[in-house]
Ligand binder design. Structure first.
Ligand SMILES: [Zn+2]
Length: 511
């Protein structure tokens, strides 16, 4: 949830975008009809997917179905090595294509033939296959590599967190670059097998389920094996490596629950457990509002004291930094990260500028949880949040619907984002509002969505023109006027019981 890369990558983006536009022109060839027809020569795949905020994230020319990530890691040295096998389909004739990746590459094979490689831009591995790839062709790309992720920097930054006892590959939107080559944009989702060999006694947690128990290997090592069978955006794949207590269970509906707690947490451990052990209860409650839980497993990882300062909705199993437990249990962050399983993970942004579809909804889930827990209704949390930011506060200058690449995780995306959903709820009424949410997660399940599409769905279900509401709350600077009962009375709203936890969570999640 930390974005510090924007300046570094924005400068390099221009270079790669220029490269993308400079292709070989199509060549005219005679046909049996005696008229020239353009038969385009195979082109390099684009170095990016044209995201308005991050144009060089992801790559053009192919679509990934599966990543098989097979690694070896040593906590003592932070040395990571291994092989990732990518199963993909070419979406155009390709003379070359890019992967987003930073570690040193030893070799790449495409359908068994050795390919040549070079690097470009901030994080591009350019692969030139020995044989031209044709549109529709199945690709098996095998990348062998090694490196020290904590020392592999872009603009002075690594998205990899090395800890005393291991590491966390947990970040947004940049995380994959430091541990597996990928098409790193939510537009290209895939399934994952992740296996990691570590010294025996070290635990490895990743997404999904364990298809088999850890395997003993030669040299006093153990290989941990994880599998994700639902489509996953590359940044939502993760690894937590270190000293963890793992707690497994099964929900009444038969879903595996796998939680893990860093042994470094000490006196924070019970608060972490009292929060994360409620995951199944919270997911069940959220399923009643958002629609069926989209994935094959549940859980949470309480990261170590020297790990991350935020939390992330890594698919099937969010990872939480220790800060959330410093003042006792916090179920609001659990409600937030698990709401993302629907809003962000199953339904992902088509463009990072649409981040409100993730953070506004996950934040509003906290307000609904507050109501459920009897710690303040969503209206009370709205009133208090609204009043807590004076009209001249800089907060109101950030547009949740288009915050800018530097402000994807600005507090306004969370708080004003949740306020927007509350205004929508007031405008359309509870019946329509609670029909819109599961309709959205059903229509875009395992895919992507845009704010424009969400507004259209809300208008279709409610029968209302909502353009003013969306324009005012998402795309207009300044504090919108509201006429709530509390404000009419001109009395400052009282602080809901949930406020301290929600505020603390948002302080850690946004920046
Ligand atoms: Zn979030």
């Amino acid at each position: 949830m930390r974005r510090v890369l924007t300046a570094a990558t924005a400068a390099l983006t221009l270079t790669t975008a220029g490269t993308m536009l400079a292709g070989t022109p199509g060549q005219a060839a005679p046909t049996g009809w005696g008229r020239p027809v353009v038969t385009a020569a195979p082109q390099p795949g684009a170095p990016g997917l044209g995201d308005t905020y991050f144009p060089d994230y992801g790559n053009g020319g192919y679509d990934v179905e599966h990543y098989d990530v097979r690694l070896r890691y040593d906590p003592a040295t932070d040395q990571l090595s291994g092989t990732t096998t990518i199963l993909a389909t070419a979406t155009q004739d390709l003379s070359a294509f890019n992967l987003d990746f930073l570690l040193d590459v030893e070799s790449v094979r495409v359908n068994g033939w050795a390919a040549s490689t070079s690097t470009a831009g901030a994080h591009e591995l350019v692969v030139t296959p020995a044989r031209t790839v044709t549109r529709g062709q199945q690709l098996t790309v095998v990348v062998r590599y090694a490196g020290i992720p904590s020392e592999t920097l872009v603009g002075g930054y690594t998205g990899w967190t090395r800890t005393d006892d291991g590491a966390l590959a947990v970040n947004e939107p940049e995380s994959a670059w430091w541990w597996f080559p990928s098409n790193d944009h939510p537009l290209d989702k895939a399934t994952f097998d992740v296996s990691v060999s570590v010294p025996t006694g070290v635990e490895v947690i990743s997404n999904g389920v364990q298809p088999r128990p850890p395997l003993a290997e030669a040299g006093n090592r153990t290989r941990w094996i994880w599998r994700t069978t639902s489509p996953t955006a590359p940044y939502l794949a993760f690894m937590a490596i270190g000293q963890y207590d793992i707690v497994t269970d099964t929900t009444p509906s038969g879903q595996p629950v796998i939680n893990a707690y860093s042994t470094s947490l000490g006196e924070l451990g019970p608060a972490a457990k009292a929060s994360i052990e409620r995951t199944a209860e919270i997911v069940d409650w959220e399923s009643g509002i958002f629609g069926p839980y989209p994935f094959e497993a549940q859980g949470g990882v309480a990261g170590p004291l020297d790990g991350i300062g935020f939390a992330l909705e890594t698919q099937t199993r969010p990872v939480y930094g220790p800060g959330f437990w410093r003042r006792g249990a916090n179920t609001y962050v659990v409600a937030h990260e698990n709401a993302h399983q629907w809003f962000g993970d199953s339904v992902s942004v088509a463009e990072w500028s649409n981040i409100w579809l993730n953070e506004g909804f996950a934040s509003y889930a906290e307000w609904l949880w507050s109501e459920e827990q009897g710690e303040g209704t969503a209206q009370e949390v709205f009133d208090f949040t609204y009043a807590s930011y004076p009209a001249d506060d800089e907060f109101w200058q950030v547009l949740p619907g288009d915050p800018g690449a530097n402000r994807v995780f600005d507090g306004a995306v969370y708080d004003r984002g949740a306020m927007t959903l509350h205004q929508l709820r007031l405008a359309v009424g509870d019946d329509a509002f609670f029909e819109i949410l599961p309709a959205w997660t059903a229509e875009h399940r395992y895919g992507n969505g845009t704010i424009v599409q969400f507004q259209a769905l809300a208008e279709r279900i409610s029968g209302l023109d909502l353009d003013d509401l969306f324009t005012t709350w998402l795309f207009t600077a300044g504090r919108p006027d509201v006429a709530t009962a509390a404000r009419k009375a001109a009395a400052p709203p009282t602080e809901p019981k949930s406020w301290a936890k929600i505020r603390e969570s948002h302080h850690l999640l946004s920046h």
